[in-house]
Design a protein around this ligand. Structure first.
Ligand code: HEC
Length: 147
Protein backbone atom coordinates (compact mmCIF):
# COMPACT_ATOMS: atom_id res chain seq x y z
CA UNK A 1 0.00 0.00 0.00
CA UNK A 2 2.75 2.42 0.87
CA UNK A 3 4.41 1.75 -2.45
CA UNK A 4 1.41 2.97 -4.43
CA UNK A 5 2.09 6.75 -4.19
CA UNK A 6 5.60 6.08 -5.40
CA UNK A 7 4.25 4.07 -8.33
CA UNK A 8 1.88 6.91 -9.21
CA UNK A 9 4.66 9.43 -8.96
CA UNK A 10 6.86 7.31 -11.24
CA UNK A 11 4.04 6.94 -13.77
CA UNK A 12 3.43 10.70 -13.66
CA UNK A 13 7.10 11.40 -14.17
CA UNK A 14 7.08 9.06 -17.14
CA UNK A 15 4.05 10.82 -18.62
CA UNK A 16 5.59 14.21 -17.99
CA UNK A 17 8.75 13.02 -19.66
CA UNK A 18 6.77 11.83 -22.65
CA UNK A 19 4.80 15.06 -22.78
CA UNK A 20 8.02 17.04 -22.72
CA UNK A 21 9.46 14.87 -25.48
CA UNK A 22 6.24 15.22 -27.44
CA UNK A 23 6.49 19.00 -27.30
CA UNK A 24 9.47 19.14 -29.61
CA UNK A 25 7.67 17.19 -32.34
CA UNK A 26 5.25 19.84 -33.64
CA UNK A 27 8.11 22.36 -33.74
CA UNK A 28 10.23 19.95 -35.75
CA UNK A 29 7.28 19.33 -38.08
CA UNK A 30 6.77 23.08 -38.48
CA UNK A 31 10.38 23.59 -39.42
CA UNK A 32 10.18 20.82 -42.01
CA UNK A 33 6.93 22.18 -43.47
CA UNK A 34 7.34 23.79 -46.86
CA UNK A 35 4.64 25.83 -48.63
CA UNK A 36 3.04 23.97 -51.51
CA UNK A 37 3.45 26.92 -53.87
CA UNK A 38 6.81 28.58 -53.92
CA UNK A 39 6.40 30.28 -57.26
CA UNK A 40 5.42 33.68 -55.90
CA UNK A 41 7.95 33.75 -53.07
CA UNK A 42 10.63 33.20 -55.68
CA UNK A 43 9.56 36.59 -57.08
CA UNK A 44 8.20 38.74 -54.28
CA UNK A 45 5.53 40.95 -55.77
CA UNK A 46 5.70 44.73 -55.46
CA UNK A 47 2.12 45.96 -55.12
CA UNK A 48 2.83 49.59 -56.06
CA UNK A 49 4.71 48.51 -59.20
CA UNK A 50 1.91 46.05 -59.96
CA UNK A 51 -0.65 48.86 -59.80
CA UNK A 52 1.32 50.87 -62.35
CA UNK A 53 1.79 47.86 -64.62
CA UNK A 54 -1.93 47.07 -64.46
CA UNK A 55 -2.66 50.41 -66.11
CA UNK A 56 0.28 50.31 -68.56
CA UNK A 57 -0.63 49.89 -72.21
CA UNK A 58 0.52 46.53 -73.54
CA UNK A 59 1.65 46.06 -77.16
CA UNK A 60 -2.02 45.28 -77.97
CA UNK A 61 -2.82 48.89 -77.05
CA UNK A 62 -4.83 47.80 -74.01
CA UNK A 63 -3.96 47.50 -70.33
CA UNK A 64 -5.04 44.84 -67.82
CA UNK A 65 -7.58 47.18 -66.27
CA UNK A 66 -9.00 48.14 -69.69
CA UNK A 67 -10.42 44.61 -69.83
CA UNK A 68 -10.53 43.40 -66.21
CA UNK A 69 -11.73 46.75 -64.87
CA UNK A 70 -10.38 48.93 -62.07
CA UNK A 71 -8.75 46.71 -59.45
CA UNK A 72 -9.61 43.73 -61.66
CA UNK A 73 -13.12 43.56 -60.23
CA UNK A 74 -15.23 45.15 -62.99
CA UNK A 75 -14.54 43.23 -66.18
CA UNK A 76 -15.83 44.62 -69.48
CA UNK A 77 -17.90 41.53 -70.25
CA UNK A 78 -18.93 38.13 -68.93
CA UNK A 79 -16.13 36.39 -70.87
CA UNK A 80 -13.50 38.32 -68.91
CA UNK A 81 -12.92 37.02 -65.39
CA UNK A 82 -12.73 38.95 -62.12
CA UNK A 83 -9.10 38.79 -61.03
CA UNK A 84 -9.20 41.29 -58.11
CA UNK A 85 -9.07 39.43 -54.80
CA UNK A 86 -8.05 36.17 -56.47
CA UNK A 87 -5.32 34.09 -54.80
CA UNK A 88 -1.88 35.50 -55.60
CA UNK A 89 -0.43 32.09 -56.43
CA UNK A 90 -3.33 31.33 -58.75
CA UNK A 91 -2.89 34.61 -60.63
CA UNK A 92 0.85 34.16 -60.96
CA UNK A 93 0.48 30.58 -62.09
CA UNK A 94 -2.20 31.51 -64.67
CA UNK A 95 -0.02 34.27 -66.09
CA UNK A 96 2.92 31.90 -66.34
CA UNK A 97 0.70 29.43 -68.16
CA UNK A 98 -0.36 32.02 -70.74
CA UNK A 99 3.31 32.97 -71.12
CA UNK A 100 4.27 29.33 -71.74
CA UNK A 101 1.27 28.48 -73.93
CA UNK A 102 0.03 25.92 -71.38
CA UNK A 103 -3.15 27.94 -71.16
CA UNK A 104 -4.39 29.43 -74.37
CA UNK A 105 -6.99 32.07 -75.08
CA UNK A 106 -7.25 34.21 -78.20
CA UNK A 107 -7.40 37.50 -76.27
CA UNK A 108 -5.43 36.81 -73.11
CA UNK A 109 -2.45 34.79 -74.37
CA UNK A 110 -1.43 37.46 -76.86
CA UNK A 111 -1.44 40.08 -74.06
CA UNK A 112 1.17 38.22 -72.07
CA UNK A 113 3.22 36.77 -74.93
CA UNK A 114 3.24 40.12 -76.75
CA UNK A 115 4.30 41.96 -73.59
CA UNK A 116 7.13 39.48 -72.96
CA UNK A 117 8.36 39.83 -76.54
CA UNK A 118 8.26 43.63 -76.30
CA UNK A 119 9.94 43.62 -72.86
CA UNK A 120 6.94 45.37 -71.23
CA UNK A 121 6.59 42.39 -68.87
CA UNK A 122 8.99 39.92 -67.33
CA UNK A 123 8.61 37.35 -64.53
CA UNK A 124 9.00 40.06 -61.90
CA UNK A 125 6.22 42.02 -63.63
CA UNK A 126 3.92 38.99 -63.45
CA UNK A 127 4.65 38.69 -59.72
CA UNK A 128 4.00 42.42 -59.19
CA UNK A 129 0.68 42.23 -61.07
CA UNK A 130 -0.33 39.14 -59.08
CA UNK A 131 0.51 40.86 -55.78
CA UNK A 132 -1.49 43.94 -56.79
CA UNK A 133 -4.64 42.17 -58.01
CA UNK A 134 -4.61 39.70 -55.09
CA UNK A 135 -4.71 42.62 -52.65
CA UNK A 136 -7.93 44.08 -54.11
CA UNK A 137 -11.31 43.57 -52.51
CA UNK A 138 -13.17 41.36 -54.91
CA UNK A 139 -16.37 39.35 -55.05
CA UNK A 140 -14.66 35.95 -55.42
CA UNK A 141 -15.16 34.98 -51.76
CA UNK A 142 -18.87 35.69 -52.12
CA UNK A 143 -19.09 33.56 -55.26
CA UNK A 144 -18.19 30.46 -53.25
CA UNK A 145 -21.31 31.04 -51.17
CA UNK A 146 -23.68 31.93 -54.02
CA UNK A 147 -26.24 29.42 -55.22
C1 HEC B 1 -8.20 42.38 -74.30
C2 HEC B 1 -8.70 42.16 -72.95
C3 HEC B 1 -7.72 41.69 -71.90
C4 HEC B 1 -6.55 42.30 -71.48
C5 HEC B 1 -5.90 43.57 -72.02
C6 HEC B 1 -6.05 41.50 -70.38
N1 HEC B 1 -6.87 40.44 -70.16
FE1 HEC B 1 -6.61 38.99 -68.75
N2 HEC B 1 -8.15 37.96 -69.52
C7 HEC B 1 -8.97 38.37 -70.55
C8 HEC B 1 -9.89 37.30 -70.88
C9 HEC B 1 -10.95 37.36 -71.96
C10 HEC B 1 -9.59 36.25 -70.01
C11 HEC B 1 -10.23 34.84 -69.97
C12 HEC B 1 -9.29 33.93 -70.73
C13 HEC B 1 -9.49 32.48 -70.50
O1 HEC B 1 -10.63 32.03 -70.32
O2 HEC B 1 -8.45 31.76 -70.48
C14 HEC B 1 -8.50 36.69 -69.17
C15 HEC B 1 -7.93 35.92 -68.16
C16 HEC B 1 -6.99 36.37 -67.27
C17 HEC B 1 -6.50 35.63 -66.13
C18 HEC B 1 -6.97 34.27 -65.68
C19 HEC B 1 -8.07 34.46 -64.66
C20 HEC B 1 -8.73 33.21 -64.18
O3 HEC B 1 -9.71 33.33 -63.43
O4 HEC B 1 -8.30 32.10 -64.49
C21 HEC B 1 -5.58 36.42 -65.51
C22 HEC B 1 -4.80 36.08 -64.26
C23 HEC B 1 -5.48 37.64 -66.27
N3 HEC B 1 -6.35 37.59 -67.32
C24 HEC B 1 -4.66 38.69 -65.94
C25 HEC B 1 -4.43 39.76 -66.79
C26 HEC B 1 -3.38 40.74 -66.58
C27 HEC B 1 -2.45 40.77 -65.38
C28 HEC B 1 -3.41 41.58 -67.65
C29 HEC B 1 -2.47 42.69 -67.96
C30 HEC B 1 -1.07 42.33 -68.08
C31 HEC B 1 -4.52 41.16 -68.50
N4 HEC B 1 -5.10 40.05 -67.95
C32 HEC B 1 -4.90 41.79 -69.68
C33 HEC B 1 -8.92 39.60 -71.17
C34 HEC B 1 -7.89 40.52 -71.06
Amino acid sequence: MTKRPLAIATTCALFLGLAACGKSEPAAEGAAHKPVHQHVSAYDGDIARGEKLAATKLPSGQSCVDCHGAGGVKPIDAATPVIGGQYQDYLFHSLQQYRDGKRDHALMTMQIKGAFEAGTLDNQGLADLSAYFAKQDGPLGDMARSK
